[in-house]
Write a protein that binds this ligand. Structure first.
Ligand SMILES: Nc1ncnc2c1ncn2[C@@H]1O[C@H](COP(=O)(O)OP(=O)(O)OP(=O)(O)O)[C@@H](O)[C@H]1O
Length: 555
C-alpha cells in the first residue's frame, strides 16, 4: 500500500509538531524515520495510521485505507488489554467482526510470524511476559488483522541486544512478506542496514529523505538533525579521511568489501591528516556513565519559573490561594448567571494556561460517572416526586439542585486542572508545605502531607496522558475513520485493567524512588525550589480575590 503525505502540518493546540511534510512511502518499502526527541516522529506515525488527521495538507492511502495500517506503540503496556495472549489478539478480530471460526487460525498465524510458539503463549497473560515478548505480542496483535502496512514507534527501545536483534529479524521477514514498514527510532545504527529509505526529522520538518547510501555519503545531514552517526558511517568516514576510500557502505558486509578493495588500491598513497571538523569530534569518548557534568543549571535552579504562560510563572502560594478561594466561591454558586460567569472565567484560565481543549475534554469525560451520580442523588425522590419514570420518582427542584451541583463540581475540577497543568511537582509541594507549616506545631506531619498531596495532584495529568494513549491503542485495533476518536462504549471497560496496572506500577516505582533516596521524615531538607513572591503574584491574587468576592456576593 502506498501512503503519501502532501504538505502536511500538525498542531497540538498551539504547538506545531509537524510542518510542510511531503513524504511518499512506497509499497513494500522499509522506511526509517529518525530524529531527536520531540522532532515529530510519533505524530507522523499517527497520521500514517489515521489516528490523527493533519491540521493542513492531506494524507493519501493508495491501494487501501488507514484501516489496513497496523500501528505498534512505543510502550507495550500501553497497548495490551486482555487477560491472555489469545484474547489480546482476538480483541482486534472481534472489533473488526471477523467470524469466530476464522479467528484461531489467524491468531496462530500472527503468533508464528513474530516467533512465538502458539501452544506456549496463547493462554499466558501478556502482562507477565518479558519486554521482548510483550513487544512481539503487540506486533502480533497488529498482524492478526492482516495489515498491508505496519508502523512501529521505537520498537527496539529498552530491549537487550539479543531481543533487539530478534525483533529486527522479525521486521525484516515482514518486509520480505511484502508488508510496508515505517519505523520511528532514535537507533539509526540498528536500522541503517535494513532501511530502503531514511527520513530525518528536525523540529517537525524533514531535513533528509533518501536512500541510506546517499546519507552515508553525506552524513552531515545527520549532524543537522542532531543525531549520532551510525558506527559504519562514522568508521568509514574517518578511514576515508585517513586516505582509505571506503565509499559509502551501509552494512558490515559492504564495509568489509570496501575495506578489502581500498587496501588493494591504496598501496603507495600517502595518508591524510584527520580533519578537525565535527566528525573528528565524534571520536571523543562520550561522558562515562555515572559522571555528573558540571552543569549548574541541572544541579541548582533557584527560580525555575520561566513557564510558557503567566499562570506557569506565578508563585505556587498565589496559585494555591487562588484555587482554594475560587473553589470555595464556585461551591457557593446558585444563580444561573453566577455559574455562567464562573464557567467563562474557567475557560479564560484554560486559555491563558494554554491547555489543549482535547486534553481538558478527555479529563472531564473521565469523570462522567461522578456527574451522573451527583445529579441522580439530588434528582431522585421517593417522598414527594413531581414525576415518575418507571419505579423512580424525580423531583424538579432536586433535578435543578443536581444540575447546579454538577456545574459546581465541574468548575472545581476545571480549576484543579488549570492548577496542576501549570504547576510542576517541586513548586506545588513547596507552596503547599508553606501553607500548612503552622500545623507542624500541632504535631501534624506537614512534610509527609505535602509530598502526598503533590504526588496525588501530579497523578492527574499523568493519568490523563495514560488514558489518551490507551484510548488511541484501542482505537487502532478497531475499524476507524481518519481522525475519529469514537470508540464503542462496550470496549471502554477494556481501558480499566491496563490503566490500573500502569497506576500500580507508577506507585510502586515512586515508592522505590522515595526509599532509594533515603527519605527521612524527621530531617530538615534543602529545597530545590525557592519560593519567591513578586508583584505579579500580588496583582494576580488581588484580581482573584475581587472575582471571588463578586461571585460570593451575587452568584
Ligand atoms: N498530546 C500532545 N499534546 C501536546 N503536545 C504534544 C503532544 N504529543 C506530542 N506533542 C509535542 O509535539 C512535538 C512532537 O512530538 P512527538 O511525540 O511526535 O515527537 P517524537 O519525535 O516522537 O518524540 P519521542 O522520540 O520523544 O517520542 C513535541 O514538541 C511534543 O512536545
Amino acid at each position: 500500500m502506498r501512503m503519501q503525505l502532501r504538505d502536511v502540518s500538525f498542531q497540538y493546540g498551539r504547538e506545531t509538531a509537524l510542518e510542510g511534510i511531503d513524504l511518499d512511502v512506497s509499497p513494500g518499502a522499509f522506511t526509517v524515520l529518525c530524529g531527536r526527541t520531540g522532532s515529530g516522529k510519533s505524530t507522523l506515525l499517527q497520521l500514517l495510521s489515521g489516528l490523527e488527521t493533519p491540521s493542513s495538507g492531506e494524507v493519501i492511502f493508495e491501494g487501501g485505507s488507514c484501516n489496513q495500517v497496523g500501528i505498534v506503540f512505543q510502550i507495550p503496556e500501553n497497548q495490551l488489554f486482555a487477560a491472555t495472549v489469545r484474547e489480546e489478539l482476538e480483541l482486534g478480530l472481534q472489533m473488526h467482526k471477523v467470524p469466530k471460526r476464522e479467528r484461531p487460525s489467524l491468531i496462530k498465524q500472527a503468533l508464528n510470524q513474530v516467533g512465538l510458539e502458539p501452544d506456549e503463549f496463547l493462554e499466558r497473560s501478556p502482562y507477565l511476559l518479558s519486554g521482548g515478548e510483550k513487544r512481539r505480542v503487540a506486533i502480533a496483535a497488529a498482524l492478526v488483522l492482516k495489515p498491508k502496512a505496519l508502523v512501529l514507534d521505537e520498537p527496539t527501545a529498552g530491549l537487550d541486544p539479543s531481543a533487539s536483534r530478534d525483533l529486527l529479524d522479525i521486521l525484516y521477514q515482514l518486509k520480505r512478506d511484502g508488508i510496508t514498514i515505517v519505523i520511528a527510532t532514535h537507533e539509526l545504527d540498528a536500522f541503517f542496514p535494513l532501511a530502503d529509505r531514511i527520513v530525518l526529522l528536525k523540529e517537525g520538518r524533514i531535513v533528509y529523505n533518501g536512500i541510506p547510501s546517499q546519507l552515508a555519503e553525506h552524513p552531515f545531514f545527520m549532524e543537522e538533525a542532531g543525531l549520532e552517526f551510525p558506527s559504519i558511517v562514522r568508521i568509514s568516514y574517518l578511514l576515508r579521511m585517513r586516505g582509505k576510500d571506503m565509499g559509502a557502505p551501509t552494512t558490515v558486509e559492504e564495509f568489509l568489501a570496501s575495506l578489502e578493495k581500498s587496501d588493494e588500491s591504496r598501496m603507495g598513497t600517502n595518508e591524510q591528516q584527520v580533519p578537525t571538523g565535527s566528525l573528528a569530534v565524534t571520536t571523543v569518548p562520550a561522558t562515562p556513565v555515572g559522571v555528573v557534568q558540571n552543569d549548574s543549571q541541572s544541579l541548582w535552579n533557584p527560580h525555575p519559573r520561566q513557564g510558557k504562560s503567566l499562570l506557569h510563572r506565578l508563585d505556587p502560594r498565589a496559585k494555591w490561594a487562588a484555587m482554594v478561594g475560587l473553589s470555595v466561591a464556585c461551591l457557593q454558586l446558585t444563580a444561573l448567571w453566577g455559574i455562567a460567569t464562573a464557567f467563562l472565567l474557567a475557560i479564560a484560565l484554560l486559555m491563558i494556561a494554554q491547555i489543549n481543549w482535547r486534553r481538558a475534554g478527555t479529563f472531564l469525560r473521565s469523570l462522567s460517572v461522578m456527574y451522573i451520580f451527583l445529579f441522580l442523588i439530588s434528582a431522585i425522590s421517593f417522598g414527594n416526586p413531581d414525576l415518575w419514570i418507571g419505579p423512580v420518582g424525580i423531583s424538579y427542584q432536586g433535578a435543578t439542585n443536581g444540575a447546579i451541583g454538577v456545574a459546581r463540581f465541574l468548575l472545581v475540577v476545571l480549576l484543579g486542572l488549570v492548577f496542576t497543568e501549570t504547576t510542576s511537582g517541586a513548586p506545588l509541594r513547596e507552596g503547599f508545605e508553606w501553607g500548612i507549616r503552622p500545623l507542624r506545631k500541632l504535631g501534624v506531619p506537614t512534610r509527609d502531607l505535602s509530598l502526598a498531596v503533590s504526588v496525588a495532584l501530579q497523578f492527574v495529568p499523568w493519568i490523563l496522558e495514560k488514558m489518551g494513549q490507551l484510548h488511541k491503542a484501542l482505537l487502532a485495533k478497531g475499524n476507524r475513520k481518519p481522525g475519529s476518536r469514537k470508540l464503542s462504549p462496550i470496549y471502554l471497560p477494556k481501558l480499566a485493567v491496563p490503566l490500573l496496572i500502569s497506576i500500580l506500577r507508577m506507585g510502586d516505582d515512586l515508592a522505590t524512588a522515595i526509599d532509594s533516596r533515603g527519605y527521612n521524615r524527621t530531617a530538615e531538607r534543602t529545597p530545590w525550589y525557592q519560593l519567591r513572591w513578586t508583584k505579579q503574584d500580588t496583582a494576580a491574587l488581588a484580581v482573584v480575590s475581587g472575582v471571588c468576592v463578586l461571585l460570593l456576593w451575587w452568584g
